[in-house]
Design a protein around this ligand. Structure first.
Ligand SMILES: NC(=O)c1ccc[n+]([C@@H]2O[C@H](COP(=O)([O-])OP(=O)(O)OC[C@H]3O[C@@H](n4cnc5c(N)ncnc54)[C@H](OP(=O)(O)O)[C@@H]3O)[C@@H](O)[C@H]2O)c1
Length: 211
């Protein structure tokens, strides 16, 4: 069993990851500015209130953990201004992990980040850039920073996220020639993350996840 830090744990994929990790028997430190509002009851859960852009919060949160899941997100209304959360938080997290000797990180970015931008369909490219361009440029900077590190990383690049129950039946697209968009429940993304907290199946790899 691992002791895992989930950064961005109060909502979305992060919260689904907290639930799945607890169900799998792991200890979880759930990090978010609104961590106190996480409505789960489990003796293996620790709520940790902090800001991912603040080095002092992140260093404290890394104490004693074996793996980190970075599942940060910005509200839709913030997509139309400059987005710096992903790169800023990563510029804090990576050196803090290296200093603390924590090596495993699974970073949630998205289909369209980094070299998967080339796989976006021709018709989707312009609208995708208009709405998500600033966020995905910042996610690409996030991935670049992690790639340059000594960490054992996996980039988790889901397609369009949906709610509801996980299906346990989804595709993990590893070969760039197979990358394409699709939908996937957040709970299935969490299932992939928790299944790969340990082991080296996808270390130093980027995968696209769709149903
Ligand atoms: N929507 C899609 O179809 C889609 C597709 C592919 C990829 N993605 C990506 O998947 C990721 C997860 O999205 P989601 O919708 O599941 O999650 P989300 O609802 O956006 O949750 C974001 C989490 O990040 C935390 N957070 C934000 N700023 C923070 C800060 N400064 N310090 C600490 N925590 C912070 C939030 O908690 P607090 O606010 O309490 O701090 C929250 O727990 C995002 O990066 C998104 O871009 C989305």
């Amino acid at each position: 069993m691992a002791h895992v830090l989930v950064v961005g744990a109060s909502n979305g994929i992060g919260l689904e990851t907290v639930k799945a990790a607890l169900a799998a028997g792991h200890r979880v430190r759930a990090f978010a500015r609104s961590a106190a509002r996480i409505e789960l009851t489990d003796p293996k859960l620790e709520r940790f209130t902090g800001d991912a852009r603040k080095a002092v919060d992140v260093a404290a949160a890394l104490d004693g953990v074996d793996a980190v899941v970075q599942a940060l997100g910005v509200p839709i209304r913030d997509l139309f201004g400059p987005v710096r959360l992903f790169s800023s938080a990563t510029n804090v997290l990576v050196p803090a992990m290296e200093k603390a000797g924590v090596t495993r990180i699974l970073a949630v970015t998205g289909f369209g980040t980094g070299d998967s931008a080339d796989a976006i369909g021709v018709l989707q490219r312009v609208p995708f850039r208009l709405v998500f361009g600033r966020a995905y440029d910042d996610k690409s900077a996030q991935e670049m920073r992690i790639r340059k590190s000594s960490l054992s990383w996996t980039f988790v690049r889901p397609g369009v996220l949906t709610g509801g129950a996980g299906t346990g039946s989804y595709q993990v697209l590893e070969d760039p020639s197979s990358w394409r968009n699709g939908t996937i429940p957040r709970a299935d993304v969490a299932d992939f993350i928790v299944g790969n907290l340990q082991g080296d199946a996808y270390v130093r790899k980027a995968v696209v996840l769709i149903r």
